[in-house]
Ligand binder design. Sequence first.
Ligand SMILES: Cc1cc2nc3c(=O)[nH]c(=O)nc-3n(C[C@H](O)[C@H](O)[C@H](O)COP(=O)(O)OP(=O)(O)OC[C@H]3O[C@@H](n4cnc5c(N)ncnc54)[C@H](O)[C@@H]3O)c2cc1C
Ligand code: FES
Ligand code: FES
Length: 1386
Amino acid sequence: MSLKENNVLIFFCNGQKITDDNVDPNLTLLSYLRLKLRLTGSKLGCGEGGCGACTVMISSYDRLTKKITHISANACLTPICQVHMMAVTTVEGIGSIKDGLHPVQERIAKAHGSQCGFCTPGIVMSMYTLLRNNHQPTMTDIEDTFQGNLCRCTGYRPILEGYRTFTKDYQNDALDEYKSQANCCQIRDDVNNGNHVRSSKDEGLNGRQCYQVNCCQMQDDLKNREEHCVNSQSNGNKCCMISNGKRQISTKLFQPSEFMEYDPTQEKIFPPELILMLEKEEPKLVKFERNGLTWIRPVNLLQLSAVRNNFPNSKLVSGNTEIGVDVKLKKMQYPVLVSVSHVTELNNIYLCETGVSIGASVTLSRIEDFLKENMDKLPDFQCKSFAAIVDMLHWFAGQQIRNVAGIGGNIITGSPISDLNPILMAAGCTLDFADTKGVHRSLPIAEQFYTGYRKNAMKANETLISINIPYTKKTEHFKAFKQAHRRDDDIAIVNAAFRVDLHDEVVHDSSMAFGGMAPTTKMAKQTMNKIIGRHWDKSLLDDVIVSLANEMTLAPGAPGGMTEYRQSLVLSFFFKFYLSINQETCNKNIPKVSPSDTSATFPFKRDEVKSTQMFQEIANDQSPIDPVGRPLVHLSAYQQATGEAVYVDDIVAFQNELYMAVVLSKKALAKIKYVDATSALSMRGVHAFIDHKDVPGSNLIGEIEQDEELFATDKVTCVGQYIGAIVADNQEIAQRAARMVRVEYQDLEPILSIKDAIAKESYFKPIYRLEKGNVTNGFESSDKMIEGEMRIGEQEHFYLETQSCIAVPKQEEDFMEVFSATQDLQLAQTTIANVLGVKYHKVNIRTKRLGGGFGGKETRSCNLSAALAVAARRVGRPLRCMLDRDEDMASTGTRHAFLGRYKVGFSNDGKIQSLKICLYSNSGNALDLSASVMECALFHLQNAYHLPNVDAYGYCCKTNIPSNTAFRGFGRPQAFLIMENLMSEISFSCGMTKNMIRELNFLQVGQSTYYNQKIDEVHLLKRCWDECLEKSDYEVRQSKVAEFNRLHRWKKRGLSIIPLLYGVGFTEVFMNKGAAFVIIYQDGSVLLSHGGVEMGQGLYTKMIQVASRTLKIPSDQIFTDETSTNKVPNTSPTAGSVSSDLNGMAVKIACEKLYKRLEPYRKQKPDKTWSDWVAASYMDRVSLFATGFYKTPLTGFDWNTKTGEPFHYFTSGAAVSEVEIDCLTGDHVVLRTDIVMDVGDSINPAIDIGQIEGGFIQGYGLFTLEEHRWSPSGQLLTKGPGFYKIPSFTDIPVEFNVSLLDGVPHTKVVCSSKAIGEPPLFLAGSVFFAIKEAILASRKDCGIESSFRLDSPATAERIRMACSDTFTEKFPPSVPGTFTPFFIRS
Ligand SMILES: Cc1cc2nc3c(=O)[nH]c(=O)nc-3n(C[C@H](O)[C@H](O)[C@H](O)COP(=O)(O)OP(=O)(O)OC[C@H]3O[C@@H](n4cnc5c(N)ncnc54)[C@H](O)[C@@H]3O)c2cc1C
Ligand code: FES
Ligand code: FES
């Protein structure tokens, strides 16, 4: 062993041997792949193991067992040195467009499981690794494998459906289905461009031939075919094409029969050379040292001791999942890291006489496998704590983390919310340590082991060797519990483990350990002692509840917040434990559990996800090359699935390129006393510090009002505001230097919340007001009145690709080219030109695609691109910046939080007479788009209802949080939720069903909105509503829900339907325009450019479909390269769901011009082809390019006169959701959702349904899960996936059905379609109100009949505390103002 020399790093990547004799141990595997190997398929979504975008497969070979192991891992947390002598497979290594896709890549693409595609490579690699280990997984295996992957676009359903085809069950089912229809022409394999296209009887059209003599498709023409079908149906035969003369309804968005077969034998093998190398010699200690970091990996205890003696201040590292996050987020520095992952003695796991011994480096996945395997062999009674561990590990992080994280890392970290520590403590485990001299000692992992927050009794020179978990005794009972914000991959709010040793029915011994109730895992010692010798009966339960309430206390404002909830959870968990023991014990002296009470202990029943998607197929006579109306696959889906799709940060570095890191304000409101960048500038590799003094043009930016400073001058107005920026050789240096910039502040008192702003009357002008009728008279004529308020929290965009940009100053004439991940190229162009002080034509913005936008990259992307442009101009070199996730979340704003204060008057039968309402939005420190958001909110207050008298105000609150901005729905979801809440309140007050109240108040045909816009679509709203009720079997299920609630005390169900009437269009009239530029080249190929940005919503695909239909050429003749301001100028942002409408019309207009120009050639030689006509026209000097421009015929709304129509048309829909809640914890599951949506004639049903599902799940996050928390001084506490939870795979409804309304072509828009991107988001409100119903049922059981306030999101905390019962009553809310809260809501 030599600690002097450095080793050469050797690993294999995608079969290629990589050797590096000067590796930088600071690099993660992800940085190495992306920067050094130029493999940019693996993405950086968070850098903290929370999103899975960086997932790769790591394979290793064990020379003793000769076994090859494949694991999925987060490349962002894997130190590059850790993969020494291993094989890494990235998304590029399994398939490519050139060499052929892997089935895993093909299926996610063809099943429409990739929208923006940023998450796709990670999801592909998780699935790939699963298949490498298990060729025929179950759906449960698939769901488990995705616990560590997030997608913000798709709503997950299509991914699961696509991958379901790998399961054995599916393959059996598919075979059965195939056999039953074997002769049907419609299931034959022929495809057109990856899609199912109906054929005629002969092979001419698509090559599909029918062999069924009686098939309708054998008839000569359409009329005959339809008649044939109708006749065949009246004869009792079922025809797959039948739809009573109408266009057929399809339920197939993709054809699994088109998928290439998965053949596991064809997988790439583990590199033989690596096996040889590993076989050749014993594993050795390795050491890598560079850039101030030494990384050493010993392979046995002796070496480990020697290394530690040599480096007494070294830090041990195992899976690096804790340390990696500390380094990334807390900027911790460890000069010497010693990896214990390969130390043999720390990798043993075995059963012994007393229990199981687990080496400290054994990964959580291995523990899970080992325990599961042995629990099958051992008597059940011995394995009760093992079972608790296995159960808990399921909820511990995601698989990528569990595959590398060691149990020792968890214990030594000593997090107060560690999921394992309560179990290990309650089970009475011991820990074995060895010091560097070889002295061993054993300690119980009892409460005293932890000496403080993340501190423990391990000595500095000790290493944790192993953990011994004893078997449980026959008389012992053991259970563990965890409650988190989100079920999958989330840290606990509170967790607990209970052990009780019952001799007959008397308590002989017990342990109760809790996480999340103190700075360390805490045992309830007093309570444990009190119950010794007590009978296990109801009086013990009552006493324990009182005792725990007194012992496990939290002071108001305790770290973590939610104190009443956390204390309630402690009692709830014990209550569950008590009942479960009673259930599993046969002792007649132990109280029996009533059937109703069993609901406290059974877990949610989450069956395999099932779904249907129903849409109208194209007409039988539609040309086979006309792609409109077909579920065409997203045109970039294959590139996205193979990692070939290029996002901004994937662009190859320019020569001379530098990196920029931003210096962000740490104060919410403060004067800047001085900024000192001296130390930063003295660092090697640092080129410049940039601030407001470097801005050559105007330092003021903003879309509507230029009220925001690009770089703060003398005052900061929110945490996260740009103060300056550092330009350096690379990201690492730039970020380190940025942290060294000293800013001295003079604190001022910030306004953070809406309530603060109201108290201080801090508003942006103008204050909006919309009136109708006379509210005073309306109230006088009302029988009843309700006054109240409701709050809806903000929502983080959480696009998987953070804000990113590259600015390239050109050598001549001050020209600047900017590659920006922006939804608004024009705004980026004008903002950059203004800050640079140049004319707009000197700036070109280029955008290929975004890894999600959702409104967050509309205006807020300009701060970064403008700062970058200023810095690039100053240093005269290309500059790049991609914000880290925490920087992005801290600086870019969110959806606005809203507060609605209302007074509503209504008749006894529930008809609304009068509404007075004030909407307040938290707009943040700059106006941005807040005024337009408020306008939209006011316009949509009424949703689907007739409001005779209204007086509505809108206040945009000026506060000291980052400026809030556009987000899918643009103020509408908040307003809709408040209105639907009123419906719910009114129904409660009138004692009528919610549906009756809603239907009674529905707008009727001919009625207008309260701002006097006539609505032509009211009948469609009613159709959506009725069809949704029918398809969801609402009435029957409502009775079943009532019955369920009658039988179950601690689980309740709720069912709710809500309508949606959504006005489409920008409220600023001038923005309702689209432009396109179409070029036909000599070979007939077409280059299509337009003003819209592709961000996953399938815009490029739809536009090509429109162009293909108009030019009457196949879609593969048309290509869209990118969007740029020098091709199509003066565009509107890609936002508001109208980009297909606007750009589609423009594309159509441009293509029509060109089609017309070719008409003479077509007429002359009709038998020739498109290319011939193009060639002939070229020779004739015909212009083969054309522009198209479209403006929506719209008057707009004049706020001065309060007249005019703000929207072009309305989209409607309805959704029914059913939920089940756990009244004791506040957890919930969505059992089923049915959506019916009007999208006109869908241009692409796969894309539209994808938008509906994705929007719905994003809305589900908004209304139930996602929540920002701020420190009282204005720091965002929820700055990453670790704390801010978006929905994950298993949050989607267990049954998820979407139907598009059929037969409703919409004449106002291109191809008779309607906007779809934003409207469906609000339909997730159905979940919110179903939860409210379920809570009502729970309160009723407690005798509480009154209505109650439920703010959004309906988090587990809110649900639990609203289900008031004897447990929650023990913790009345602390009086605001009497303590400093740990966090506040904005
Ligand atoms: C995305 C994500 C999700 C997570 N989810 C959860 C969760 O649900 N529940 C939960 O409890 N935790 C969770 N964690 C925390 C973390 O994963 C666990 O604590 C994990 O077990 C740490 O193990 P590791 O091997 O990666 O530790 P490392 O990061 O390698 O080390 C952690 C600490 O342990 C020390 N250490 C490691 N081995 C030894 C040893 N043998 N002797 C002495 N000291 C040692 C290190 O010096 C360091 O201080 C999560 C982390 C991430 C990033
Ligand atoms: S980037 Fe690695 S998990 Fe998010
Ligand atoms: S497709 Fe999954 S994040 Fe966009």
